[in-house]
Design a binder for this molecule. Sequence first.
Ligand SMILES: [Zn+2]
Length: 94
Amino acid sequence: MNLSDSGQESSDEKAFTIPKQTKDLRACQLCGFILTQEQWNKNSQCLNGCSADYTKIFTGVICVMKPSKSWVVKKLGNQRNIHPGLYAIDVQAD
Ligand SMILES: [Zn+2]
């Protein structure tokens, strides 16, 4: 019996994206989305469409699986349609 589906989330959720490693993490200065330096270099901008820069100065990390259902996302002042992944709780601008 195979209980797992193809790995696809329900259509209202975007793909879950997390840093590939714990070194060289950078957080988006606007939404706090965390990726590695290498991953940021591959993306021209934040997956949430922020035009902000990223910073290595941040504290606290939360994992958001379903932004549309997360009260933490709401508390941090982020949009409910943000990308699932790791988010910094407090981000300092460089
Ligand atoms: Zn962002």
